[in-house]
Design a protein around this ligand. Structure first.
Ligand SMILES: *[C@@H]1O[C@H](CO)[C@@H](O)[C@H](O)[C@H]1NC(C)=O
Ligand SMILES: *[C@@H]1O[C@H](CO)[C@@H](O)[C@H](O)[C@H]1NC(C)=O
Ligand SMILES: *[C@@H]1O[C@H](CO)[C@@H](O)[C@H](O)[C@H]1NC(C)=O
Ligand SMILES: *[C@@H]1O[C@H](CO)[C@@H](O)[C@H](O)[C@H]1NC(C)=O
Ligand SMILES: *[C@@H]1O[C@H](CO)[C@@H](O)[C@H](O)[C@H]1NC(C)=O
Length: 754
């Protein structure tokens, strides 16, 4: 996890209230309410609950995202409750974790006034952000020139610790907090550490919300780095924050309550830079809440996770969610290491402050200067002051937060740090606002530096900071940390959907913490530079808001389709976008449909549309039980036993073909057919298909191979037949299907796995 900082803070949970009780989400069937309750659902919920646990209280009741409530129960009580009439399921809640200007220019949005003709509508679009809250004093929430909130807006600004109703304005139009579920498990919020209100004491939520829709702020920078205008993707859209993440994590019961409110508040886009371990859709509150949001026309954009570059490491994979991975920008923050042997290596840093004396300084490897076997990691309390005093220290990346390593070196008397990646991060360089002069180098450079420092009899080093450099090529590259496919829950749906900027992103920050988030960091900054799919998700949320403003009639699936089919997978020189983890071309399991290109997305030509009914059919194709389907969809409809449902026919803008092998391990030749329907959203035109496969073992034929659209919203279908040869289990092949009329290109990635 790249945002180790947040990972560490949010992982530390302890159950000190009660060992036996835990929070359950109880789903009930509206149809089963006995007449005696006179349609008073809350009374019915409470009465069902009290019949198994007389002292239990409901934490929240839900009407929109699910029909039911959350409560604390013992496992035995949960079991008894499940047997009562009208109860569909009683599921333990899950805990989720947070996954952390030049981006508008990098995305080509600087000329957007011409490209988004109806962008006046932008101010009617509301982006809801579920996160750690908001620092409303950030200049990114300046509402100068904005009219009153859209007439459909139904939200509120909730007061609490250090937060009043007047903290909202015409930019930040809503702010709510959800702590009841958290407090039911972990006890009351410690108000000496965090505000029991929408106020952001962490920084993450201010960063994500200002990335989606922050106003233009001239002269933004972090300690002089990345200077320029900071601007959210949809800088005229409205923002509503829903604080669901606290020091101990983000809990299902609170997330569901926040999504429930966001839906009735009338947000248009929801941005969630958080995720949990993957669970089936009927157990995953984010997936369940997102289904209800999708039905109301709200696009839900989520981070893919920071568990890359391992395969099968994605979160938030349901097909009604837009799943966003991370790429780099063309901006860097070089800081060079020079060694006593005359070698010079490039690294990155956001350090600001007194620099090192202009001479070579003694250099030591932390692994040779600690009393611990994992001493090279610079864990707190492990460095021996007499070995590091006055020296530059080489530390290995991993386990504890990168910025904390710098603090540890400083505390032990070190004067500087060279932080080196190990195999886990390869050549991925994430810059940090270290507390002492420090730079981060890639694994290859680090290996050479380490060799020097442990073999030389009197090693020396120096660090040279060079500020901000633009025009870095190649860019983007897929970040190593960005979570990768295949999709663990439904391998037939390709995820992630898309990648967007997520490395070294400048956006607004909380005034309650320094840029490193460390307790001993007393610096305060208006903007901070952090990395993670947490940062790429709000880019896509903001771009979805721009599309919603330009094309108000589009469904969430149409908006996602436009973003995906116009995404690019190659640089201008034709080479495929690189994967930082391998230095090789990335694949659809790394980048999905490719890197987002908002300027093309507003005019995609054709879209793959989807409705809630299509997703219902998808759940039938998964062979979900009626109860599981009802939990996700709230629908009391059964699958049609005479219909043949197919996951592969979900009208998704990408293709994932899974070939299973027989008992001999051989797959033989397999034929798989996927049908898709395109909707014309451009002028009348005739499109022709081209296919590309990187493997002789995969042949694609498309029927028909020409589609003619004579009017807007006309639909045409086609079928792709994949003829797939015999390959070893575990191998993959990739390809692409493109429809083009000479002007618009509607591209879909193809992934085949054996
Ligand atoms: C509330 O704000 C004051 C002044 O900014 C600050 O000193 C205090 O720590 C804050 N309290 C919380 C709980 O954030
Ligand atoms: C290291 O290389 C960079 C880039 O070529 C250069 O700007 C810098 O001056 C060099 N530093 C030393 C100490 O040679
Ligand atoms: C420093 O550590 C390395 C291995 O991490 C070891 O090979 C080397 O001998 C150590 N040097 C000293 C002086 O202890
Ligand atoms: C060394 O190890 C012990 C425990 O193993 C620890 O308490 C001590 O603080 C460590 N650090 C130093 C600098 O001695
Ligand atoms: C679905 O609704 C009908 C009434 O419309 C009811 O009889 C049936 O029990 C319901 N099924 C479930 C699973 O809720």
């Amino acid at each position: 996890m790249i945002n180790l900082l947040f990972g560490v803070i949010l992982l530390g949970s302890s159950c000190y209230v009660s060992a036996e009780k835990q929070t359950y989400i109880v789903h009930m069937s509206h149809h089963h309410i006995p007449p005696s309750f006179n349609q008073d659902h809350t009374h019915w919920f409470d009465s069902s609950l009290k019949s198994v646990s007389p002292s239990a209280e409901m934490i929240y009741t839900y009407q929109n995202v699910i029909h039911g409530f959350s409560t604390r129960l013992t496992a035995q009580e949960a079991e008894s409750l499940e047997t009562l009439p009208g109860i569909i399921s009683v599921l333990p809640e899950l805990k989720y974790e947070l996954h952390t200007t030049r981006t508008p220019e990098f995305l080509g949005l600087d000329q957007k006034s011409n490209l988004f003709p109806q962008s006046d509508g932008e101010s009617d679009v509301v982006i809801g952000v579920l996160d750690t809250g908001v620092w409303p004093e950030s200049k990114s929430f300046d509402d100068t020139g904005m009219g009153p909130a859209p007439s459909a807006w139904n939200g509120a600004c909730e007061a609490g610790t250090n937060f009043t109703v007047s903290n909202c304005n015409r930019k930040l139009i809503g702010a709510r907090f959800f702590a009841k579920g958290y407090e039911a498990t972990l006890g009351p919020i410690d108000e000496t550490k965090e505000s029991r209100s929408p106020r952001d004491d962490d920084g993450h939520g201010t960063h994500t919300s200002t990335t989606t829709g922050g106003s233009v702020v001239a002269g933004a920078n972090l300690l002089g780095y990345a200077p320029g205008s900071a601007r959210g993707m949809a800088s005229r859209a409205r923002i509503a924050v829903y604080k669901v993440c606290w020091i101990g994590g983000c809990f299902s019961s609170d997330i569901l309550a926040a999504m429930e409110k966001a839906i009735t508040d009338n947000v248009n886009v929801l941005s969630l830079s958080l995720g949990g371990g993957t669970a089936d859709y009927y157990r995953d509150s984010v997936a369940i809440g997102a289904f209800a949001a999708m039905e109301k026309g709200i696009l839900v954009s989520c981070s893919a996770g920071n568990a890359g570059p391992t395969s099968y490491s994605l979160s938030n994979v349901s097909p009604w969610i837009t799943t966003v991975g991370a790429g780099t920008l063309d901006r860097d923050f070089p800081a060079y290491v020079s060694l006593g042997n005359g070698r010079n290596y490039s690294g990155v840093s956001l350090y600001k402050g007194p620099t090192l004396p202009d001479k070579m300084l003694p250099f030591v490897y932390a692994g040779n200067a600690s009393n611990s076997t994992s001493g090279a990691l610079c864990m707190p309390g492990t460095l021996l002051p007499d070995k590091v005093k006055g020296k530059i220290v080489l530390c290995d990346r991993g386990v504890n937060a990168r910025v904390q390593k710098g603090s540890v070196v400083k505390e032990a008397g070190g004067v500087g740090m060279v932080l080196t990646n190990t195999a886990a991060n390869g050549e991925e360089l994430v810059a940090d606002a270290h507390m002492l002069p420090a730079t981060t180098v890639g694994q290859k450079e680090g290996d050479e530096i380490r060799k020097y420092v442990i073999s030389d009899s009197a090693p020396t080093a120096g660090i040279l900071f060079q500020g901000t450099k633009l025009g870095i090529q190649p860019s983007p590259v897929v970040a190593s940390f960005s979570s990768r496919g295949p999709n663990t829950i439904t391998p037939e749906i390709l995820k992630p959907d898309i990648i967007a900027p997520g490395v070294n992103i400048l956006a607004g920050w909380s005034g309650a913490v320094g840029p490193t988030g460390l307790p001993d960091d007393t610096r305060r900054v208006e903007f901070n530079i952090i990395s993670g799919t947490s940062m790429s998700c709000p880019h896509v949320s903001g771009l979805a808001a721009l599309l919603k403003a330009a094309r108000p009639e589009w469904s969430p699936a149409a908006i996602r389709s436009a973003l995906m089919t116009t995404a690019y997978t190659a640089y201008k020189n034709g080479k495929i976008i690189e994967d930082l983890a391998t230095g090789k071309p990335s694949t659809p399991f790394d980048h999905g449909a490719g890197h987002v290109d908002p300027v093309s997305a507003v005019n995609p030509g054709l879209v793959y549309d989807l409705t809630a009914d299509d997703y219902f059919d998808f759940l039938c194709a998964l062979n979900y039980t009626p109860a599981q389907i009802q939990v996700v969809t709230k629908r009391n409809t059964t699958c049609d036993t005479t219909k043949s449902y197919s996951i592969g026919n979900l009208n998704y803008p990408s293709f994932a073909v899974v070939v299973s092998s027989d008992s001999t391990g051989k797959t033989g030749s397999t034929v798989v057919k996927h049908t898709r329907t395109l909707t014309n959203v451009g002028p009348a035109s005739t499109y022709k298909v081209t296919t590309f496969s990187d493997s002789k073992g995969v042949q694609m034929s498309v029927v028909p191979n020409t589609l003619t659209f004579s009017k807007v919203n006309e639909k045409q279908s086609y079928t792709v037949t994949f003829t797939v040869g015999d390959m070893a289990a575990g191998s993959n092949a990739f390809g692409r299907i493109e429809w083009s009329d000479g002007k618009y290109v509607v591209g879909s990635p193809v992934a085949v796995s054996w």
